[in-house]
Design a protein around this ligand. Structure first.
Ligand code: PLP
Length: 338
């Protein structure tokens, strides 16, 4: 393990890895993934990723467990989601086995960067798929590059698991009902920066509503929304949101805890009937919400300053699986054999 990194002090920022992994697609075929120390691309200025945003990405983690084993969490789900994003942007999908091979190679070549157990830090992988064909006429490319960028990152919450305030946003739509919101593509994030940065300037995060009516909760800036109402786990159904792998895992755990799990359209006003609310995603697992502020309607929905009992239980249940402290009944983790 690298001695020059203060693992306990790593923030949620990029740390240069030793190696990245790359594989190119030309003439209808993928090459074998290979590791390289070169972090720069020799990319044509007219590449479709630069000209027309033909780009998709993913995010997943490897955890060093209580038993010192390294576990990669649900990488096949990320591979499947990236294949859907590729389809959505007219790109060649990365075959699942190639995706897995590239993740394992990135891990093997950066083993020194897997943070020690107990620091809360993990090795994050950022798979990236870009169109590389030079094109001036509007249209998709035929050549692609798949890249896996690993980076050790600190815990989302250094110290205590704490709450965030969300601002309801009605002036920037993240994604149209049948647009690209269901895909993990860069354009969705660039188009939400105006809203997310404005919210960050006020010390908050941004809650996106459905773009058609601004009536139903879509999702949080880079996370799905979950609410607890009695014994019910509620999460939005929408064609404009990313199918979160964390949310899927938490729904399974909630069912196992005897909760009713419902995925449906959730009117913003229904927040008033919820006892707990949170954002969920790979980065934080669960980010509890203390308040949702609707400045336009002069309304504030409050959930208390401390993370609630149901969400705390779900948070710890998932983290226990990821760190090998609890049985992985669903086969969500792949132990990396060194
Ligand atoms: C827009 C958006 N929604 C939801 C999520 C959560 O997805 P996951 O749990 O797979 O990380 C993310 C993060 O990947 C995201 O960017």
């Amino acid at each position: 393990m690298r001695q020059d990194i203060n693992w306990g002090k790593l923030g949620f920022h990029y740390t240069e890895p030793d190696y990245i992994v790359r594989a190119a697609y030309h003439d209808g075929a993928w090459e074998e993934p290979y590791a390289t120390q070169d972090k720069y691309l020799h990319l044509h200025v007219s590449a479709t990723c630069l000209q027309y945003g033909q780009e998709a990405f993913e995010g997943l983690k490897a955890f060093r467990g209580v038993d010192d084993k390294i576990r990669i969490f649900r990488w096949r789900e990320n591979a499947k989601r990236m294949a859907k994003s590729a389809e959505g942007l007219f790109m060649a999908p990365v075959p699942e086995e190639l995706f897995g091979k590239a993740i394992r190679l990135a891990l093997e070549k950066n083993l020194e960067l897997v943070p020690p157990y107990g620091t809360g830090a993990t090795l994050y992988f950022r798979p990236l798929l870009i169109g590389t064909t030079p094109r001036l006429g509007v249209g998709p490319g035929r050549d692609f590059e798949f890249i896996v960028i690993p980076s050790p990152i600190g815990p989302y919450y250094p110290g205590k698991f704490h709450c965030t305030t969300f601002l309801v946003n009605r002036y920037v739509d993240r994604a149209a009902p049948y647009g690209t919101g269901q895909f993990k593509v860069g354009g969705n994030y660039a188009s939400s920066f105006r809203a997310t940065e404005a919210a960050h300037m006020m010390g908050c995060d941004c809650l996106f509503l459905d773009a058609k009516q601004h009536k139903f909760i879509d999702e949080c800036s880079a996370a799905n929304f979950i609410g607890i109402k009695g014994n019910e786990y509620l999460t939005p159904r929408s064609t404009a949101i990313l199918p979160s792998i964390t949310n899927d895992s938490l729904m399974t755990l909630a069912r196992e805890m005897g909760m009713k799990v419902t995925r449906r359209r959730i009117p913003l006003e229904e927040l008033a009937q919820m006892s707990e609310a949170a954002a969920c995603g790979t980065a934080c697992v669960i980010s509890p919400i203390d308040k949702v502020v609707d400045t336009e309607k002069n309304n504030v929905y409050t959930f208390g300053d401390e993370p609630g009992p149901v969400l705390s239980r779900l948070y710890h249940a998932l983290k226990d699986i990821q760190y090998g402290r609890a049985e992985d009944k669903h086969g969500w983790t792949e132990v990396f054999e060194i």
